[in-house]
Write a protein that binds this ligand. Structure first.
Ligand code: CLF
Ligand code: SF4
Length: 520
């Protein structure tokens, strides 16, 4: 029951043939407009008991709005919005991939009709895909016809899929009523500043009402429109997440002000992401050598804002055509050619049945964590430390060290285990042998961690990790992450208290560089 396979679809139920559905839409006699479960929103670590019921209902199945949900539920993006109406110095839309730095790769742009087909294809293959987001590759609201046509088609064909939108906010105030009309209850606005002087260093121009603005004037226009749009959405009860890119030396200190400004306007969640820039990506910041933050700098800023509001720490800075759990990319399985050739059956009942199994697993995970947490009751220690975890999802330690493309990072203390981030790495295992260069980059990526939890690990990397001061832990293979991490931490504290080991602080870690193409 632990490892629910993503392709495991249940059988039976009301199977809907995709061509019939598409035909029904064409004839305006689709299957209804909204409803179902899978309400979604931005990302926090809050659980069922921590939020008002109506908010929890909206976030519980949204992998971005709930950290806990992101272990179990997937999202997909459809790249229907190619144009943008502003320029960010960290963006180059010639590259389509936020996760890789392969120049010249172009997103497959889709028509709304192709996008609707793709959603049904993915929904029938990945039953825990609960959210459809439009996040680029340009700005969805700079392409309003395509964006809203896509929403219209999907709300009729796949009524259980939550609609999600991410925008730079420039034209947001003009579209709030339409957004509300489609029952979109999760909107992300990327807000990097509320001070136009700082904004002028991030945005060379914005294009609004047939005119190009530059400098401070452009940034002033942008921030005014972003904050107005945010207020208008929250007044209507739409959950808003604010994404901010942390750019050291430009807006890093200022983001505390941004945090206050968006909180006071009702934002639900704040996602501070690291700037990712490398010269080969061709962005202004990449070419001028603007660095991104280190892992410790990012965490310190997120921690300092956390007292103010919910912080998202599990963002993967997705590409505009991402498919799957956050942190995995299954978009290659769903290219237009493959979708057109696919026999697609969108089966609402089997999706619901599968998601019911996921919910059972979630409940078991939370219970196991609580049980282990109880064993820490009364423990007194100021020690806080980080551990890295290799996982394929479901909240389990179920990935081999050599196969991990990322590690999730948890902070352990007597308060328990808290998800605080992730580190993308190069694969160590290269088809049967270990790549020593990759191992070095893995160690640099998790250098601030005391231990790494894996399902399995070979002798060589184990030795190198130990030499670097990182404890490779494979004794909790295929068990729940938080429960295992708390058990390990308890044993660690016992060893420190008995004098068997000495607790030492770890150093900083590197955030891997890649191209940031579109901010979701
Ligand atoms: Fe997509 Fe964004 Fe909706 Fe999520 S992504 S439109 S809110 S469904 Fe999520 Fe990806 Fe981070 Fe965006 S991990 S980049 S925050
Ligand atoms: Fe436009 Fe988004 Fe790129 Fe900024 S990051 S230029 S808003 S597509």
């Amino acid at each position: 029951m632990h490892a629910l396979a993503e392709h495991e679809g249940a059988s039976a139920g009301s199977v809907v043939n995709v061509s019939e559905v598409m035909q029904a839409i064409a004839e305006h006699k689709g299957c209804g407009t909204s409803g179902g479960s899978g309400k979604a929103s931005c990302g926090s670590g809050a659980g069922a008991g921590d939020l008002p019921t109506e908010i929890w209902e909206k976030v519980k199945n949204h992998p971005c709005y709930s950290e806990e949900a992101h272990h179990h539920y997937a999202r997909m993006h459809v790249a229907v919005a190619p144009a943008c109406n502003i320029q960010c110095n960290y963006c180059n839309r010639k590259y389509d991939c936020a996760n890789e730095s392969r120049p010249g790769v172009v997103s497959e742009k889709l028509t709304p009709e192709q996008a609707a087909k793709k959603v049904l294809a993915v929904a029938s293959t990945i039953p825990q895909m609960t959210v459809l987001g439009i996040a680029g590759p340009g700005d969805p609201l700079a392409n309003p016809e395509k964006t809203f046509k896509t929403f219209e088609l999907i709300s009729k064909t796949a009524p259980d899929i939550k609609l999600c939108l991410s925008t730079n906010g420039l034209t947001l105030p003009d579209h709030v009523d339409t957004i509300a009309g489609f029952n979109v209850d999760h909107v992300t606005i990327t807000i990097n500043m509320v001070d136009p002087e700082i904004g002028a260093k991030i945005y060379p121009w914005v294009f609004w009402k047939h005119k190009r603005y530059t400098g401070v004037e452009a940034a002033k226009l942008l921030t005014d429109r972003q904050l107005l749009g945010l207020e208008m959405l929250t007044e209507r009860g739409i959950l808003c997440k604010v994404n901010s890119v942390m750019i050291p030396g430009i807006n890093d200190k200022h983001l505390v002000e941004v945090n206050k400004a968006v909180k006071s306007r009702g934002a639900f969640l704040h996602n501070i992401m690291p700037l990712i820039s490398a010269p080969e990506h061709g962005t202004v910041f990449g070419l001028t050598g603007q660095r991104g933050p280190t892992a410790q700098e990012l965490k310190a800023l997120q921690d300092s804002c956390e007292g103010e509001m919910n912080m998202m720490r599990h963002c993967r800075q997705c590409r505009a055509d991402a498919v799957g759990l956050l942190g995995e990319d299954r978009s290659a399985e769903f290219t237009t050619d493959k979708i057109m050739a696919m026999e697609v059956n969108y089966d609402l009942d089997s999706r619901k049945a599968y998601q019911a199994l996921v919910e059972e697993e979630r409940v078991a995970k939370v219970a196991a964590k609580q049980e282990e947490l109880n064993t820490l009751a009364g423990a007194k220690s100021d020690i806080k430390l980080l551990v890295a975890v290799a996982t394929k999802g479901s909240g389990l330690i179920n990935e081999h060290f050599g196969h991990a493309k990322e590690f999730q990072v948890y902070e352990l203390s007597t308060a328990g285990a808290k998800f605080v981030g992730h580190r993308r790495v190069d694969l160590y295992c290269q088809g049967g042998y270990g790549d020593e260069d990759s191992l070095e980059t893995v160690i640099r990526a998790i250098n601030d961690c005391h231990a790494v939890f894996v399902a399995k690990i070979g002798g060589c990397p184990k030795g190198d990790l130990q030499k670097a001061g990182i404890d490779p832990v494979d004794q909790y293979a295929h068990e729940f992450i938080e429960k295992s991490a708390i058990a390990w931490f308890k044993a660690y504290l016992d060893k420190v208290n008995s004098g068997e080991i000495e607790h030492v602080e770890r150093g900083d870690a590197e955030i891997r560089q890649g191209a940031l193409i579109t901010a979701a």
